[in-house]
Design a protein around this ligand. Structure first.
Ligand SMILES: Cc1ncc(COP(=O)(O)O)c(C=O)c1O
Length: 470
């Protein structure tokens, strides 16, 4: 017998019904209420129980299947996947849960960095030195915005590597980019904003954050020059979240003309641009132009984190904002968590000033360049007719597929060959004009694995499209 599920949906909530159903099911699975092998009601049954359209439930089941939470079994309906609670990444809103089916060999999904390279010894040395030197002050409560020394070091560092123009009093240390975004959304909501522009395609986890903060994410399309500023101008929003250095996930940089137009827009609407500089460590030299913030520190909120270079587990991020906005963010922070770990912040300052950060980054940059070159060579070969978008930077390749290719079937076929990968629709908000696509991350798979996994993708592609390498 399929289980009856005590789920509810709120028709008056801002969160779409599908997202509510997905979120509730995910929670029930993650907290163990629904264990592996549990059978779910049929989509028809659940839709009838909740008095919602069946297509909403079908889509929720499909999404959770793509994420590895559910498995559709011929003849016995939809059941909770095996070992779904064992995955350490489950539960993070920004990264999206990444339950890892035990049978998958290669994970080409975005969201991770290569934590296997984490410089453990150098980090331990930095933490040990910070602890050894820490006196009463350092071991007590610090300023909610972060340890002053670390903010000084970061201001110098971001000025040196990204051209960021700020002062320690306008820079806050956050628990990753995620917390900075959450704080900012709260402030914007308090100031009467009800919507925030986001790139479409973009990061679905960020959209969830924005929605949870009570703001409506408004999709702004992206093309070969990055965010469509003309569409932003028509949208009515006054704040936009963007990844100008390397658009996530397409990998295109924002053109110079649009950078300038974006700043003019922010001034004209008396608004802000939120610059998510999440993977600037992996910008190729020719694409490493200064952060957008350097053009207008009074209009751009600049944010970054240690997640892509060191490890997401550190939960170390930073946000530089114009002073009047930072004052509100600081007030919000005081009632929030009284700041991040002071010892980790001091360790991070040391890690930067002793050159360990630059050394580690250089090593990773060289490794990712090798992987990128390989992927950009292999994908067009294995997926004939496909086109890899974007510049020569970042941690993933956005692969546009010929019109008509069944993206969902391709993702499923890849999965049957032990490759976890996501289709373009996973990142899409409303822009249905984009051709089908795959987003192939090379953050966690080295060159030998990339050769094998792209070949497996090629076999999946042949099965779904009938096309063979020429
Ligand atoms: C687009 C984007 N922004 C920011 C982040 C970093 O988030 P955090 O610093 O909260 O770990 C990620 C991580 O996956 C990301 O993909």
């Amino acid at each position: 017998m399929p289980w009856h599920l005590s789920l509810t949906v709120d028709r008056n909530a801002q969160l779409p019904l599908g997202a509510q159903v997905q979120g509730s099911l995910r929670r029930l699975i993650e907290d163990g209420t629904l264990s592996s092998g549990s059978r779910l009601p049929s989509s028809r049954q659940l839709a009838a129980d909740l008095e919602i359209s069946r297509s909403v439930v079908v889509e929720a089941y499909e999404q959770l299947s793509a994420e590895g939470y559910l498995v559709a079994r011929r003849g016995s309906g939809t059941v909770v996947a095996e070992n779904v609670r064992d995955h350490p990444g489950a539960g993070s809103v920004l990264t999206s849960p990444q339950p890892e089916p035990t049978d998958a060999t290669w994970d080409l999904r975005t969201g991770s960095s290569d934590v296997s390279t984490f410089p453990r010894q150098e980090w331990i040395r930095s933490v040990a030195a910070a602890l050894t030197d820490a006196g009463r002050t350092e071991l007590g409560y610090g300023p909610p915005s972060g340890v002053l020394l670390t903010r000084h070091v970061l201001v110098g560092y971001l000025g040196r590597v990204r051209g960021v123009r700020t002062q320690p009093q306008n820079l806050m240390i956050t628990a990753g980019f995620a917390q900075g975004l959450a704080l900012l959304c709260k402030v914007l909501r308090d100031r009467g904003h009800d919507a925030l522009g986001v790139e479409d395609p973009g990061h679905p986890g960020e959209r969830e954050f924005i929605t949870s903060a009570g703001l409506r994410p408004v999709g702004i399309p992206v093309d070969a020059d990055g965010l469509r500023v003309d569409r932003l101008e028509e949208s009515g929003v006054r704040v936009v979240l963007t990844t100008p250095a390397n658009q996530f996930p397409t990998g295109v940089p924002l053109s110079q003309e649009r950078r300038e137009r974006l700043i003019s827009w922010a001034r004209a609407v008396d608004g802000y641009v939120v610059e998510d500089d999440f993977d600037s460590a992996y910008l190729n030299r020719s694409e490493r132009i200064p952060a957008l913030q350097s053009l207008a520190p009074d209009r751009v909120v600049y944010a970054g984190s240690a997640s892509k270079v060191l490890a997401p587990a550190l939960r170390l991020g930073w946000m530089a904002a114009p002073s009047e906005l930072m004052a509100s963010v600081e007030s919000a922070r005081v009632g929030w968590d009284i700041g991040c770990s002071g010892i980790e912040q001091l360790a991070f300052a040391r890690f930067i000033t002793e050159g360990a950060h630059d050394r580690h980054q250089r090593k990773l940059r060289a490794e990712f360049r090798k992987r990128r070159e390989l992927v950009r060579e292999l994908l067009p070969h294995h997926l004939p007719g496909a086109r890899v978008l974007g510049g020569d930077s970042g941690l993933q390749a956005y692969v546009e597929l010929p019109p008509g290719v069944d993206e969902t079937a391709l993702v499923q076929s890849a999965r049957a060959r032990s490759v976890l990968v996501r289709g373009g629709t996973f990142y899409t908000l409303d822009d249905r004009t984009r051709p089908p696509a795959l987003v192939v991350s090379y953050a966690t798979v080295g060159c030998p694995g990339l050769k094998a996994s792209t070949a497996a993708l090629g076999a999946a592609y042949r099965e779904v499209t009938g096309r063979r390498p020429g």
